[in-house]
Write a protein that binds this ligand. Sequence first.
Ligand SMILES: [Zn+2]
Length: 64
Amino acid sequence: MSDEMECMCQECGISSYFRALDLSYESAPGFSGKPLINNLFCPQCGGVLFLVGRIDEEPRYKTG
Ligand SMILES: [Zn+2]
């Protein structure tokens, strides 16, 4: 059973997928009203990630 969350880099816009258990995020809304991840960073550029949502709840899309 998938329990992955989609996160997007607010620097380069790349989406990454992490297990929900691995994520820690701010309760206060950040970029675009989405919570900011505070324990993981973009694998491409090291930028700040924000939480898009659970994979099974949000439509998948790609940027870049
Ligand atoms: Zn990035």
